[in-house]
Design a protein around this ligand. Sequence first.
Ligand SMILES: [Zn+2]
Length: 248
Amino acid sequence: MWVQANVGWSTVSLPKSASGLGIGSLRNKNKALLFKWLWRYGSKESSIWNDVIKSIYNTKYSSLIPQDHISGAGSTWSRLVNHCGKDTRLQNILNNNTMMLVGNGKRIEFWLDDWTDNGSLAKKVLRGRNTRLLAKMYVILSRVQLDKETEDRLVWKANNTERFWVKSLCGLLNLSPPLNTVFSFKGIWRGLVPPKVKVFCWMAIINKINTRSMLVRRGILDTSAANCPICLVEEEMVDHLFIHCYKH
Ligand SMILES: [Zn+2]
């Protein structure tokens, strides 16, 4: 509880390598679990889940991973599809980490699906109206070999196994922008010291220890009590306490 009191949830939920405790965002976890249902729909046409969705909503999507809802407005499924489709951050991650391997070509939507691992042809060629890209498209097409015996399939590129894992998507969603620090937080958590020492070091580095200076800011101590009790000269802040106090 004392960690919660001092450190905000946004910091605690960051990966350990980025100054957090690696708990992760529940919002991202929920998003990854929701997307799992879309992946299940797209990854196997002959699955029960795929049959259930098609029979309830009498629908057919133009893409292996549905992005635009066609029918059944207001249903759980349409809300799920819309929720994932409108999330640009999720879509960017999906664009970079999913691709479709061409088998017999029956399920892949020629213009809309990303089966060239280079974005959909609709985005690359049609929107650009670029003759150079058009020429590139012919090169791509000339390399495609259809195999009647093999189904088209989705591949999750972030895993060596090519299979989708919620944990893998969570990790990508939780990735934070690089911090302006050169400190390696990994070193703290690898140490062979008791967990309470690791947590104390972590809190010292992110400047969340209850120093006198901090307690004054929180209104727990009077401003007259902010100075270091060892040297009695300077304010007791983290840097002073561990590094700069001349009486240490
Ligand atoms: Zn001092």
